[in-house]
Structures are given as C-alpha cells and as structure tokens.
Design a protein around this ligand. Structure first.
Ligand code: NAD
Length: 481
C-alpha cells in the first residue's frame, strides 16, 4: 500500500487540498508515496501554531531543548538504514550517499544539542562603578525554513536543529520532490518529545504556500536554500515585509589543476566533485581549469574514470552515479548538453541522457571541452553530472577564470606548491576553499556559505548559525546605594 504523507501542524497530521505522487526517479512508474499537498490556509495555520508555541519553547531551558535534539539524533541513528533507503527511493542518490547524508543529519542534531550548553552571552566592563553590563543572545521567534530536494535531510537538519536549539519555533517547507524524507526527520523529533507547534511541517508547492511563509506578519525570519531565481524573489518580499532573511543558492564551482598537481588525486577528486550525486550538489565541480602543460594527460584520465563509473539503480551497491531527481531536471540538463554542442563544445565523455532497462532519468557523467569561457554552459549552474574543461596558461590566468562567474560558493585547487595554495585561498572569490580536495563535501562544525550571488545573509552551520537564529539583547543593571 502506498504511504500517504500529510503536513504536521500544531501537533496534528493534517489533510491537504489535493494529492500529488512522489516518484522514484530510477523507476518513475513506482509511486514511493502520495502527498496530501497543503494550501495557503494550512500554511497560515502552521505559522499561527509556531507563534502559539513560541513563548513556552523560548522559556524551556536551553539544555532541556538540547536533550530533545540529542534524543532525536539517537532515534534517527537507529533508523538510518531505512531512512537512507527512502531517501534514495525518492531522490535518486546512491544508497551509500543517502545513508551518509542521514548520518550527517544525526551528527548535526548532536552538535546543536551540545551548543545548548555553550555560553549564550557576554559580560562587559561598564564605565559606571555600579552597573553590571551584559549582552545575551535570544531567539528570533518564528522561523520559516524553506529547503531544496538535493540534500533532503542534511540541509533541513542544519537549519532546523540550530533554530530549535536557540529557542525558535519553526515552519518547515521541504521541496515537493522529497516529502517522505521530511516526514522521517519530523517523526524523529516528535518521537524525541518535541512539544506540539514547535516544529510544523508544510508539504506544499512553493508557488502556493511560499508567499504565506515569507510574508505572514507572525513570521520573523526566513532561511532559504535553493535556486537563485526563487531565492532573490523571496528576499525582495521578505525585506519589504521587514523580515530577517538568509539565502544559500547556486554555484558554478571551479576546480583548478596546476601542472605540479598529484594527478591521481586530482583526477579522482575532480570526478567525485563533478559526478557524485549526479552532480546535483550546490558545491559540485562544474568547471575544471587545467594548466595547459598537463591538459592532454589530465583530460584523458578524467574521461576514462568518468566512463568507468557505473551508472545505474542507486539501490545497487556498485552504482556510483544514480539518476537525476526528476523529469524536469532531466529536461533541463539535456537542454544544456544540446546547448554545449551548439556553443562549439566537444564531449570527451558522456554528453547524453539515457535509461537503464528502459527507464529512469539518467545522464552519463559528461566532460565537455572547447567551450568559450563566456558561453552559457561555462557560466550557468547546470545541476547535473557535467564538467566543462577550460585550459589556462598560468596560475594567474586560472584564478582569473575561476573568479569569472557571478557565483562564489566553493572552489578547489590541486597543487603541491604551498605558496600558490595560500595565494589561491586568499584570491579566490568563494566561501569554501579546498586544497587537494573535491569542491563538494562539508564538515558541519565550520561556517558554510558563499560569496557573490551564491549567498546572502550570515553563514550557516557550526557556531556561525547562531548569528541568524538569535538576536542580541543588552542589559544594564545598576546596584542601588
Ligand atoms: P528551488 O529554488 O526550485 O526550490 C527551493 C525551495 O523553494 C523548495 O522548497 C521550493 O518548493 C521552494 N519555493 C519555490 N517557489 C517558491 C516561492 N515562490 N516562495 C517560497 N518558496 C518557494 O530549488 P531546488 O530545485 O529545490 O534546488 C536546487 C537549487 O538549490 C540549486 O540552484 C542549488 O544550487 C541550490 N542549492 C544551494 C545550496 C547551498 O547551500 N548554497 C545547497 C543545495 C542546493
């Protein structure tokens, strides 16, 4: 029997206005679940429920809030295999990646449980003899959390866990393509004892419930991860309505390979960055800038590796690259493959969509060369397993090319030269810099976010998350004579 998924609002699972099918991208004839989609009215109720729950949650001692997050981490850890499997079935990343991502969510919940024991303010010397002066972090209030499909449990966890740890209440709208994973995360938090109304789940379409979650008078802040088009529009509305807003958006992440690089490492790490999760990571490598001296050898080895990785059903253990998430995404990426040819590109590997046993939204790991740096394919986010190879005559030219897009999320450099590594770390316009590592793959205890058009607002993850989910209150207390 197909599971039916509902929104969770004010402590109750609620019916929606119509049903929508959650399909398996490897086998689109398989309906993984049916979602009862919420409409705008239910979204407004979710905001009210979060508002009603705020006073009591804010007053709950931070360590007690942390206990619930810790318990949720334990429960999710017990369920990691089954949650990972469902994640693979609805999103299409390989089972190993899906289980890894679920484990990441467990670690994030634990990390923010720990953060509830950290100092929540500072004392200052006052210029007056009788004044005790301190500043303390308080929650912002009701936070709308809007998330994409490509990391359906890690991204929500790295927003929801700090929001709750610091005393906010949440309305969460996950992407329409991944409702089952969302329900698993909510269930773990509920089973851990989260009180009604503290976390509300709205399963709905962005175009139908998004506006309410951004503009409702009872929403104090919005944290968004997704595309630039949606993010920028949402930011304008949020600012117009006086809300605090944080955006994490697209990337066109470069990997620079210098002539002195260890090529075994560079080839493997570039392939991982470009093709794992079928290239559907905001931090995926999509431009590979290679010093001319090693270009022939590098491209031959990268193409051979790309062709050797098994494309297939993501539940099978030897699959390295699964399908794209949806038919829409397949159309979009296929469009870029055609455009690459029209722009003069030549494929060294892949370059086409395909099916496995007649079904699924697959694109072979693709490497395209001979493109102009200013071409659409070399400039725009594709969000598929497609890497554009660009030659560079020197380190300086490579850095200039790397910086020549509107994005600035992550960047890699492959070299043995420490001085050039340090120069790259300083000169590259990216929020995350990796030396001799793929551009994707993040640790949760450090700040994460991008420069230029990739992000807006304060950083996510680690202690940096506190900046968005709290506000300062400064207190002056005078001793009376
Ligand atoms: P998307 O922008 O289409 O959707 C993101 C979320 O916004 C979804 O929940 C969607 O339903 C919602 N939404 C859509 N219209 C809305 C509206 N009018 N109002 C409010 N919400 C609305 O993005 P996507 O396709 O789900 O995800 C892929 C994109 O996410 C890529 O561009 C990728 O680079 C980006 N991404 C960025 C990061 C990062 O940390 N920088 C991480 C992962 C993904």
């Amino acid at each position: 029997m197909t599971v039916e998924l509902r929104s969770y609002i004010g402590g109750a699972w609620r019916d929606g206005v119509r049903l929508s099918d959650d399909l398996n991208p490897a086998h689109p004839s398989e309906v993984v679940a049916r979602t009862a989609l919420a409409g705008a009215e239910l979204a407004a109720e979710a905001v009210q429920a979060a508002r009603s729950a705020f006073a009591a949650w804010r007053a709950t001692p931070a360590p007690a809030r942390g206990d619930i997050l810790r318990k949720a981490a334990e429960l999710l850890e017990e369920r990691v295999e089954s949650v990972g499997r469902d994640l693979t079935r609805e999103e299409g990343k390989t089972l190993a990646e899906a289980i890894g991502e679920t484990r990441r969510a467990v670690s994030i919940l634990r990390y923010y449980a720990g953060q509830t024991l950290e100092p929540d303010g500072e004392t200052y010397p006052s210029s007056s003899r009788v004044t005790f002066l301190y500043a303390r972090r308080e929650p912002v209030g009701v936070v709308s959390v809007i998330t994409p499909w490509n990391f359906p449990i890690a991204i929500p966890a790295w927003k929801i866990a700090p929001a709750l740890a610091y005393g906010n209440t949440v309305v969460w709208k996950p992407a329409e393509l991944v409702p089952l994973t969302a329900v698993h995360l909510v269930q773990a938090l509920l089973d851990a004892g989260l009180p009604p109304g503290v976390l509300n789940l709205v399963l709905g379409k962005g175009s139908e419930v998004g506006d309410i979650l951004v503009t409702h008078p009872e929403v104090d802040a919005i944290t968004f991860t997704g595309s630039n088009v949606v993010g920028r529009a949402l930011q304008h509305k949020a600012i117009e309505h006086g809300k605090k807003v944080q955006l994490e958006m697209g990337g066109k992440n470069p990997a620079v390979v210098l002539a002195d690089a260890n090529l075994d490492v560079a080839v493997e790490q570039v392939a991982r960055g470009a093709f794992l999760s079928a290239g559907q990571k905001c931090t995926a490598t999509s431009r590979v800038i290679v010093e001319r001296a090693i270009l022939p050898e590098f491209q031959e080895r990268l193409a051979a590796l790309a062709q050797s990785w098994k494309l297939g059903d993501p539940l099978e253990p030897d699959t390295r690259v699964g399908p794209l998430v949806s038919e829409d995404q397949l159309q979009k990426v296929s469009g870029y493959l055609q455009l690459a040819r029209r722009e003069g590109g030549r494929f060294l590997a892949g370059g086409e969509a395909t099916t496995i046993n007649g079904e699924g939204y697959y694109v072979r790991p693709s490497i395209v060369t001979d493109l102009d740096q200013g071409s659409h394919v070399a400039q725009e986010e594709i969000f598929g397993p497609v890497a554009a190879l660009l030659p560079a005559a020197s380190f300086e030219e490579a850095v200039a090319l790397a910086n020549a897009t509107p994005f600035g999320l992550s960047a890699s450099l492959f070299t043995n030269n420490l001085s050039l590594a340090l120069r790259f770390a300083s000169e590259i316009q990216a929020g995350v810099v990796k030396i001799n590592q793929e551009s994707a793959g993040l640790e949760f205890q450090v700040p994460f976010g991008g420069m230029k058009d990739s992000s807006s607002g304060s950083r996510e993850q680690g202690k940096a998350a506190r900046e968005f989910f709290t506000q300062w209150k400064t207190v002056y207390i005078d001793q009376l004579p």
